[in-house]
Design a protein around this ligand. Structure first.
Ligand code: FES
Length: 65
């Protein structure tokens, strides 16, 4: 499922980022360039959704490690 249509970011991309340790809003915004020109701004506003998915990804990597 797409989390960001402007940048074509999927849930698994965000989970992957979480696994890599990116779980803070500022880290995720920087990683996925959510403040880019031409973006609708929806994702920057709903960054908590990205954080939730990233944290899930991070949790999965912990339990399987
Ligand atoms: S859908 Fe993510 S910035 Fe537009």
């Amino acid at each position: 499922m797409y989390m960001c249509l402007c940048n074509g970011i999927t849930e698994s991309d965000v989970r992957e980022a979480g696994r890599a340790g990116l779980v803070m809003p500022s880290q995720l915004k920087a990683k996925f360039d959510l403040k880019c020109n031409g973006c609708c701004g929806r994702c920057a506003k709903n960054i908590h959704e990205f954080v939730e998915v990233a944290v899930q990804g991070a949790a999965v990597s912990c339990s399987t490690a």
